[in-house]
Design a binder for this molecule. Structure first.
Ligand code: AMP
Ligand code: MG
Length: 388
């Protein structure tokens, strides 16, 4: 049995070699860049107008109107002192313009432009290179592409991005009692639900599962199912069958498939029977079958590994400290990840902390970490991982 910190350290310390690939801009969200990016040109590439209005030459309150420039126009207008042109947002500002006045502060009579106030030098002109200059580093290797990053890469004219590949994930669920939702079930059976939480949580962080298999509690079937799943994945996530019951065949089947145990059992609640192993460059998590345990272990342990394998520099759920709304004592005898809600900057520990109870987790939005035996009074700070 290892502590939570030891388990996380073992995951963190895994040596891995990352693979990279080229991704079109549209499919690159959430991927980490595998190379540094430098700007191929100045951004913006030319002085342009921040407003719909008038580009002015010299500082006056009255100008002679001599033309118009719209966004996308490439004509080069040269203004004389005291002249102005109609201009629109994003349009190239004439080289010798002093300022742009927004149209709301102007009036026009015949071809004379009147300003309500004196313009200021450079006003409403977005200068060439104001955001980036040619050759400047835009992003370092490892930067995770969020929507504004995609916009910036697009604005640099880059249509294909070099990114770290994401791991291929397979899921195995085990249990004779499990029936697929929508199918008839008999007494003693339950509907299989863990795989939906796992595939949903994968999707939540931009991962996909490649294959999902249901295996009955039988040693040979478990061994064969693991062997097949390992043929097509980088990370295998197994649910159930990892405890010490007579029908728990996962541990032995992993050993027999040449998977080396890195840790088995973590001093925590929920999720004590968690297993983590490795075979060459493939990783296996066997999650406890209880629904809340299984998903909690996914968030706390599987997600960091998946992100590490994707070239992320930092991993895991965002974690913050919040004051607790009520007194609380952890009497579970183990450090606990408790189902909780964070609202208006305060955390509330929910009823229904049982490992099989998923409703409280579904209604909450956080896992609150409370140490073994810790006694909290209202207002004490609690570290929370936000799950949604
Ligand atoms: P196990 O870890 O296989 O001993 O399972 C522990 C508990 O979790 C049992 O009550 C199982 O019925 C339940 N369980 C295991 N796998 C699943 C699953 N995929 N979906 C829903 N419940 C499950
Ligand atoms: Mg089972």
């Amino acid at each position: 049995m290892v502590t939570i910190e030891e388990a996380l350290r073992i995951i963190e310390d895994q040596n891995i070699s990352l693979k990279s690939e080229s991704k079109p801009l549209e499919g690159a969200l959430g991927f980490a860049l595998s190379t540094n990016t430098v700007s191929p040109f100045d951004v913006p590439e030319f002085d342009n107008s921040a407003m719909d209005g008038y580009a002015l030459c010299g500082l006056y309150q009255e100008y002679q109107l001599v033309g118009e420039v719209a966004a996308g126009d490439s004509k080069d207008i040269k203004l004389q002192d005291g002249e102005a042109v109609r201009i629109f947002t994003g349009a190239k500002v004439p080289n010798n313009a002093t300022a742009v006045m927004m149209q709301e502060k102007t009036s026009v009579t015949d071809s004379t432009l009147f300003l309500d106030e004196m313009p200021k030098v450079g006003q409403n002109i977005r200068k060439r290179g104001g955001q980036l200059t040619e050759g400047q580093t835009v992003f370092e290797k490892g930067h995770i592409l969020n929507p504004p990053s995609l916009a910036l890469m697009g604005s640099l004219g880059l249509s294909q991005l070099e990114v770290f590949s994401r791991p291929r994930v397979n899921i195995i669920t085990t249990g004779n009692e499990l029936v697929k939702p929508g199918e008839p079930k008999t007494e003693g059976q339950i509907y299989e639900s863990n795989s939906y939480a796992i595939s949903g949580a994968l999707e939540q962080f931009g991962f996909q599962h490649h294959q999902k298999t249901q295996i009955r509690d039988d040693f040979e079937a478990t061994k064969a199912g693991i062997k097949t799943a390992l043929e097509s994945c980088d990370v295998l996530i197994i649910s159930g069958g990892i405890s010490v019951g007579d029908y728990d065949f996962v541990k032995q089947s992993l050993d027999d498939n040449g998977v080396n145990e890195l840790f088995y059992k973590v001093f925590q609640k929920p999720g004590k029977p968690l297993y983590f192993g490795r075979k060459d460059n493939q990783f296996v998590f066997a999650l406890p079958g209880n629904p809340a345990s299984s998903l909690t272990c996914f968030y706390v342990y599987v997600l960091p590994l998946l992100q590490k394998l994707s070239g992320y520099g930092s991993y895991g759920l965002a974690s913050y400290q919040f004051p607790i709304k009520h007194a609380y004592e952890n009497r579970f005898g183990r450090p606990s990840f408790l189902k909780a809600t964070v609202v208006d900057g305060k955390v509330e520990i929910l009823d229904g902390q049982g490992s099989s109870m998923i409703q409280s987790m579904a209604k909450g939005n956080a896992l609150a970490f409370v140490d073994d035996g810790e006694v909290l009074k209202e207002g004490d700070l609690v570290r929370c991982k936000l799950i949604s």
